[in-house]
Ligand binder design. Structure first.
Ligand code: SF4
Length: 214
């Protein structure tokens, strides 16, 4: 693991390679961040059972410095969306996401969270959590195994290690992240970000009706 830290362009003499690492500050900073991600403790459906199995002794994610699952979004920087995302839950998921510590990440676990899964196009289920919050890593499966989830964590580590100060929103905005407007659950789920699209569709529909009426 420590070998990841050594910058490939910097040559360390062979006799001290076992004890000395030379890295850029950014590489070291990202390496530390990637090994201390704190997930939020919440699950939505059957995938959450696999997430619990992954946290327990047989698989054990404390090897990644992740064992501190937080009950408060303000102390967590990883949301594992583990299970079916119903329309009723979406406003709560977005609210929790907005309250999480920055820089924050989302791992979508399983077919349901990725795209609706076996319930796709059901009246109560959304076709993927990424319609509402940005997803960093998708883990396929129904359910994904604990090993698959661990592989997802490793992909997240790689993503964090590859980030720079310049391309992440939170750094660009000097410590201010982007808040996502809360979807509203009425007769159906309404996303305020879609309002321009809905207005344009309504105007076009109205014009069609008027044209047909002559
Ligand atoms: S992907 Fe499969 S196991 Fe996971 S929540 Fe959906 S139905 Fe359950």
């Amino acid at each position: 693991m420590a070998d990841d830290l050594t910058h490939p362009s910097i040559k360390v003499p062979a006799e001290i390679q076992g004890t000395v690492r030379v890295a850029t500050w950014e590489r070291f900073y990202n390496w530390c961040r990637s090994r201390s991600v704190w997930p939020m403790m919440f699950g939505l459906a059957c995938c959450a059972i696999e997430m619990v199995a992954m946290a327990s002794s047989r698989f054990d994610f404390s090897r990644f410095g992740m064992e501190v699952m937080r009950a408060s979004p303000r102390q967590a920087d990883l949301m594992i969306v583990a299970g079916t995302v119903t329309k009723k839950m979406v406003p709560q998921i977005v609210r929790l996401y907005n309250q999480m510590a920055e820089p924050r990440y989302v791992l979508s676990m399983g077919a349901c969270a990725n795209g609706g899964g076996p319930f796709k196009e059901g009246y109560s289920v959304v076709s993927g959590v990424d319609k509402y919050i940005p997803v960093d890593v998708y883990v396929p499966g129904c359910p994904p195994t604990p090993q698959a989830l661990i592989f997802g964590f490793i992909q997240l580590h790689r993503k964090i290690e590859g980030q720079t100060w310049k391309d992440y929103t939170w750094y660009k905005n000097r410590g201010h992240g982007e808040e996502i407007p809360l979807p509203i659950l009425g007769p159906d789920l309404f996303d305020p970000r879609q309002i321009a699209l809905i207005e344009a569709a309504a105007i076009s529909e109205q014009a069609n009706v008027e044209q047909a009426a002559g």
